[in-house]
Design a protein around this ligand. Sequence first.
Ligand SMILES: [Zn+2]
Length: 207
Amino acid sequence: MERLYKGVKKFKEVYFPEEEALFKELAKGQSPDTLFFSCSDSRIDPNIITQSKPGELFIVKNIGNIVPPCSPQWKKSGAAAAIEYALVFMDITNIVVCAHSDCGAMKALYMKAEDFKELSHLKEWIDTAQAARDRVAGTNNELSQTALNEMTAKENVIVQLENLKTFSLVTNALDAGRLKLHGWYYDIGAGTVHAYNETENTFEEIS
Ligand SMILES: [Zn+2]
């Protein structure tokens, strides 16, 4: 914790003065144009990988970058609340769902039921992404653990993009041409981000 306290002190003394004009502007309000879903994983920082600043991304972080579908079961989902807030109160023109390599949530999709002792909330949450595992099943049994994880994470992105389309706010904005959806996969060790190409059904490196 000491490290974080020192960081706060350094933020005030070094970072804030350098960006004071930005923070004074942000103090008046926010107007991000992108709603960004990423994993809670400590290695994922949307602002760093997009080289953006505070105020540019409206970020939802959760385990597995999951967007539960619009349904009574997920009425209290924070993701759903963020979608409504972002699309009603802000001029959001893009929604990004960003997965990543070595994702614990994707590994959890392959855990046995008995592995989830005392993890009932986690299990229920992870089950929302079960369709990603189903899509991978049967495609190739020879996959290494790393390749399986990557394929599942990418399929999970596609599942979550489809879940986004269960919200009428999203489909209305898409139909009106006011919104675009983007599926990304971030490779931590390579420093690369790959974007989903729906037409080709592939992920292509952003370069
Ligand atoms: Zn993750």
